[in-house]
Design a protein around this ligand. Sequence first.
Ligand code: DGY
Length: 319
Amino acid sequence: MTKKILIANELPDEARMIVPSDYQVDYNPSDVPMSKADFVARLADRDGLICHIISTVDDDVIAAAPGLEVIANVAVGFNNIDVPAARRRGIVVTNTPDVLTETTADFAWALLMAAARRIVEADQYARSGQWSAWKWNLLWGADVHGKTLGVIGFGRIGRAVARRAQGFGMRVLYYDTTPADLPTERDVHASRVDFDTLLRDSDFVTLHTLLSPETRHLINETALREMKRTAILVNASRGPVVDEAALVRALTESWIAGAGLDVFEDEPKIHPGLLPLKNVVLAPHIASASRDTRLAMATLAVRNCIAVLGGKPPITPVP
Ligand code: DGY
């Protein structure tokens, strides 16, 4: 029987081209989320869904599509999908791990470096015409090499971030509920510590955990107050892992020195208290946004969808 899929958001031609020609495809070539009513109506008779994180696939949406067999998210994170509701109905949910690991780790480092060495301020200063002479004390930042990096969430991306720290001669601490095996710890020269030790001892704290009830506001006022006053926080995971209101106070009142953020609690809104602050570098959720990686994510999502609809195991089901 002809398979019917909904591609709920913009997807590159290269990925759409691998959808078998006998599939019936409803494609929404937009990166504006559909209204819930539209989404429900267009999904109702579909066997498969391919979507981005901007599509909220909640229990109502899933219930309105009785023939749905697979939800293929074009992201490694899947907090936009009610996975238990999908599983209750026998629907497979897939994500796109691995293909974005290195690119996301690169970007976490870009944020870390930018915040430590005040790259955004320097750029603004240089292009604004304020630069009239070399100055001894201009835009002093923090050293990165030889410092301590604390990685919260030691999965693929956390480990890739840790691996890069070797090039900077850093000591690496990590916190995760599951310990890594010894060869992995040795490979990236990382030691597992408890949460409070990581906060207290790290010069840079970088977040790479999934969003779950346990990790929502993991970095709250108490955690921020435990960090060094010279510390820099990096978040390229999910916005709600950080209590943004508490972070604004931490940055304003110098509980910590700075932050680099790619994700926010209520995207695309950014807490208004962050906007005027010079000690925070802000990015619009682009950590995985290199051309190659975004193509690989899109292609993997399509392949996941086709696999399931073809009666095969998904390539990368969500854990
Ligand atoms: C992911 O893959 O989860 C990213 O945040 C989406 O770009």
